[in-house]
Design a protein around this ligand. Sequence first.
Ligand SMILES: [Cu+2]
Length: 155
Amino acid sequence: MHIHRSERIWLTFGLAMMAVFLATITTAAVVDGIVPPSNVQTIDPAKVSQTPPFDHPGLHKLANGSYEAYYVAHIFSFEPHHLSVPLGAHVTFYVTSTDVEHGFSVPETGINTMVTPGWVSTVSHTFTKPGKYLLVCNEYCGAGHQLMADAIEVR
Ligand SMILES: [Cu+2]
């Protein structure tokens, strides 16, 4: 079988790129210890409003002084509305959805996660600057997606 010279060059290039990508992924997994998420929390999306602590969404103070914030995302809003956070608080957000895929993003903080029905997404942040932070859904979730925003006030 005759393979044209140009085709041989491109095949070699393609195989070399696959080898480079595989080596990169293997190096990242072994050297940096990157592994798939484990201990992922699941929840029945139909029973979120009856499942503690999501039956009382909001900010909860822990004994060690840090905070946990439980959020429920649904078309087209977040619960709780207008979260108030003390300045300097380290907050771990636990977010789930009752209907479709949503986003949970607070620009300029690094808080950004997908929110999938049936799963609990977790993200942490220490609020060191006072002000009113915008919370938005950044995954298109339907006709009212552009309305899906809220505020987190730090003071
Ligand atoms: Cu949304």
